[in-house]
Ligand binder design. Structure first.
Ligand SMILES: [Zn+2]
Length: 324
């Protein structure tokens, strides 16, 4: 399947390979679920392809290395996933030790370290040692959604490539190519530019319906309902993160839909800011979730519009109230 999105970065990387100017250590950063790993695999395939030059972006697909790559058995590609398997430091050492051997096919070797920001400090030091002694024709692609979790010593040795959120249209294209249902495709604007967010969304359809119902009631100024939802959601710790994310993406969608109506847009922008604050306050600062969520819902009320429009840069009141 052809990759969708991130054309500028992918084209620039492909050109660097063709000109044989690609640095040996790269880090792909940006939000989760936007295709960084797919872009890394596409680059690796091109690096390992042995078609008569120039090797096209994503490999020729016809040579033996390309077919081994496609079947997942290319001996010079190593992929470690720190987010999924919580790979051990021993596994990592083993993977990196293999690089002291000669390449099995051709000359190049590629090691992809996915979700490398989940690695332990010990593991990070193992990686650092390897990056400190670059070898010719040996490529490292590190992938991290939160690169600030990594030591600066690693970051400074890697060329950085940022992969931003996908557009709703790109997400819809990807879903169509995957044969997704109409309902799933309709959710694309709520995906917040991330396919992993969307996968979460479609399994949380009922939660989403509830969040949208709450927002609509809040818009009408139904304070009693706001309190009921705030109490229910505030008491559900396990669903907290997902529900706050749905609240944020739904409010962003409201803002997007009403962007041409200044009064409504002011309300939704303010509510969205409060929802962003709420994620920080509840998840990071352990503020009282019921109080914070109630505040977000209260701020969705239509009747705030005129006041907010007069003071478009009104500070979000919630931070002052809840952090002291
Ligand atoms: Zn090829």
């Amino acid at each position: 399947m052809a990759l969708i999105g991130h054309s500028p970065q992918r084209t620039a990387l492909a050109n660097l390979v063709q000109e044989d100017r690609l640095p040996g250590s790269l880090i792909f950063t940006g939000p989760a679920g936007t295709g960084k790993k797919l872009a890394a695999l596409e680059l690796a395939k091109q690096l390992l392809c042995q078609s008569p030059s120039p090797c096209p972006q994503g490999g020729c697909g016809g040579c033996r290395p390309c077919s081994l790559f496609e079947s997942g058995t290319h001996p010079d590609l190593q992929l470690m996933d720190f987010g999924v398997e919580s790979a051990s430091t021993d596994d990592l050492r083993h993977t990196l030790d293999r690089l002291s051997l000669k390449a099995f096919m051709g000359t190049r070797r590629v090691t992809i370290l996915n979700d490398v920001d989940m690695i332990s400090l010990v593991g990070a030091n193992v990686i650092l040692k390897t990056l400190e002694e670059p070898r010719p024709d040996t490529y490292f692609i590190l992938i991290a959604s939160t690169p600030s979790r990594l030591p600066q010593t690693i970051l400074s040795r890697c060329q950085k490539w940022f992969f931003d959120r996908l557009s709703s249209q790109e997400i819809q294209e990807i879903l169509k190519a995957r044969g997704a249902s109409e309902e799933e495709i309709a959710l694309a604007p709520l995906a917040d530019g991330s396919l992993s967010a969307l996968e979460g969304l479609s399994t949380q359809q009922s939660m989403l319906d509830e969040v949208l119902g709450a927002i609509n009631a809040a818009w009408r100024g139904e304070a009693t309902k706001n309190m009921r939802y705030a109490q229910e959601w505030g008491g559900d710790k396990s669903g907290m993160r997902a529900r706050l994310a749905l609240l944020r993406t739904s409010l962003r969608q409201k803002l997007f839909e009403h962007s041409s109506q200044a009064t409504s847009a002011a309300v939704w922008a303010h509510a969205l800011q409060n929802a962003l604050d709420a994620e920080y306050l509840i998840l990071e600062r352990h503020a009282n979730p019921t109080a914070v969520i109630f505040n977000v819902l209260q701020s969705c009320a239509q009747h705030h519009g005129a006041r907010l429009q007069k003071t478009p840069h009104a500070e979000s009141p919630i931070i002052d109230q809840l952090i002291g």
